[in-house]
Design a protein around this ligand. Structure first.
Ligand code: ATP
Length: 230
């Protein structure tokens, strides 16, 4: 269980999160919904160890892990697919995947399995990451997180700016991960999609949780109100 408890987060003097409490159970998918600047990326970064936060404000299976490094979180099974892909530009696709596999945990998702699941990646292996389209980079970014065999996969706007066809590919890849029992925390601007792809949702507004519930029975009107802050 990944548990966030009374989490505050700051950038210098600016406070971005105020007492956020939520939990993600093994194998479940939780969507974080909120407008630009609500604090969704900050929350994912805190979970992934990319932000200094109070130690006991994040617990993994009961252990306080807030403020641990990204590498430590990866080793514990928490991996982030950051907004904007952030592949290593000087490495080929294959090298990006191999490096990630080495830094992650052993498990079912090997580089070979990812390539079997997504044959579209195979012809790209020798290319430098910079020579890929945005959609291709996004698939590689997700593949790179998968080969770390996380227990919790944190996805920040993974469909942003992609063609509808590639968006479907991205969600197919996430569905495979889910089938394997991976928990997913999803930030997706398309609210309908965010609800369709998740078990539960959490709406965040100005750094605070304002609404949460079961995605399948979500009141769309209430979610829209929470999203727009009215
Ligand atoms: P978006 O959809 O735009 O990514 P978000 O919900 O992910 O929005 P965050 O990126 O977490 O929101 O930002 C939350 C708040 O923190 C915003 O007011 C933002 O301006 C501020 N913020 C984010 N990163 C920094 C930073 N590096 N330095 C200072 N303030 C920041």
């Amino acid at each position: 269980m990944l548990r966030i408890e009374s989490l505050d987060a700051h950038y210098g003097l600016f406070q971005a999160l105020f007492g956020v409490t939520l939990s993600v159970a093994p194998g479940e998918t939780v969507s974080l919904i909120g407008s630009n600047g609500a604090g969704k990326t900050t929350l994912l970064r805190a979970m992934a160890g990319a932000l200094k936060v109070r130690r006991d404000s994040i617990r993994l299976d009961g252990d306080p892990v807030g403020g641990a490094s990204e590498r430590e979180q990866l080793a514990r099974g928490v991996a982030l697919v950051p907004e904007g892909r952030r592949l290593f530009p000087s490495l080929t696709v294959h090298e990006n995947l191999q490096l990630a596999a080495r830094n992650g945990r052993p498990g079912a998702w090997t580089v070979e399995r990812v390539l079997e699941s997504f044959p579209a990646l195979r012809p790209l292996l020798a290319r430098p990451a910079t020579a890929l389209s945005g959609g291709q980079q996004q698939l590689v970014a997700i593949a790179r997180a998968l080969v770390c065999n996380p227990q919790y996969l944190l996805c920040d706007e993974v469909s942003l700016g992609l063609s509808p066809l590639v968006v479907e590919e991205v969600y197919q890849l996430l569905a495979l991960a889910r089938r394997d029992g991976m928990a997913i925390v999803l930030v997706e601007q398309n609210v309908r999609r965010a609800l369709a792809e998740s078990d539960r949702y959490v709406c965040i507004q100005k750094g605070r949780v304002v609404l949460e519930g079961i995605s399948a029975s979500a009141d769309r009107h209430a979610v829209a109100q929470a999203y727009f802050g009215v």
